[in-house]
Write a protein that binds this ligand. Structure first.
Ligand SMILES: [Zn+2]
Length: 270
């Protein structure tokens, strides 16, 4: 373990240990933030010359439920070591029968149905530098980085996946899954997938000027879209485990294909 400052990365991946445990020469870095501790240490490695920091969203033992994750600390920690582009792989439920287990969807829209999460760095309190900014309203019409989305889709196709290009992720508070009525309502709105961690991760990244790209792996059909007993945690973990190798390959390829940070042409940083 090393102290912060001796290792840097410009790409961050918020996802489980299944992604970085295969890397050689991973450096574990503990980071303290003005917002408390992130979910875990950062694990920094190198992929084809790109320095990438992995952060287990739920902690390495998967002990943090979605509503207890310190999203502000997670994003702040990544930015503090130099990260400017973030990939956020996550497990979601499909809201349409055609989005069955194993579907990879790269959403372009998000609906926030969370209830009790701090979702801004600009809450009227002094910032870590002591300044108190005027009221800030972040532009969020398009919540995801267009360049990151294009890369994710291209590399997935290059790995024999047929990803869904676009769609709306509705993020619920959890940790329970939706009722059938809630799920049918989500589907009736035309929304595509349902998750528990995509918000406020995306908006906090935007507030810090980071590119953020969601890569959503469908692990089950949500309660309103299936005809069985409903979603179970065991089923989610099983399908995720079956697909984690393939998702890791796509993720690693995406890391290597992202634009150099200095050459970002998107508007995320502004
Ligand atoms: Zn961007």
């Amino acid at each position: 373990m090393v102290e912060m400052g001796t290792a840097q990365a410009d790409i961050g991946v918020i996802g489980g240990s299944g992604f970085y445990s295969f890397l050689e020469d991973v450096t574990e870095v503990t980071v303290k933030t003005p917002y408390g501790s992130p979910s875990d240490s950062l694990f920094i490695g190198e992929l084809a010359g790109r320095k990438v920091a992995f952060l287990p969203r739920h902690g390495r033992g998967h002990h943090l439920p979605p509503h207890r994750i310190n999203y502000r600390a997670n994003l702040w920690a990544l930015r503090s070591i130099g990260v400017r582009q973030v990939l956020g792989p996550c497990a979601v439920g499909g809201l349409r029968p055609e989005y069955g287990p194993g579907t990879l969807l790269v959403p372009d829209q998000l609906v926030d149905r969370t209830k009790n999460r701090t979702q801004t760095f600009f809450d009227g309190e002094p910032l870590p530098d002591g300044s108190v900014p005027d009221v800030v309203h972040t532009t969020f019409a398009d919540p995801y980085c267009p360049a990151g989305r294009a890369v994710a889709l291209a590399v997935a196709r290059g790995h024999g996946w047929d990803p869904v290009d676009g769609g709306t992720m509705v993020v619920i508070e959890g940790p329970r899954f939706s009722t059938r009525a809630e799920s049918r309502w989500h589907a009736a709105q035309g929304w595509s997938v349902v998750g528990m961690t995509g918000h406020p991760e995306a908006v906090l990244a935007r507030e810090l000027g980071l590119c953020y790209t969601s890569m959503s792996l469908v692990t089950d059909l949500d309660a309103g879209a299936e005809t069985g007993d409903g979603v179970s945690h065991d089923e989610v973990m099983r399908v995720f485990g079956e697909n984690v190798g393939r998702l890791r390959e796509v993720l690693f390829a995406a890391v290597c294909a992202l634009p150099e940070t200095a050459e970002r042409a998107c508007l995320c940083a502004t």
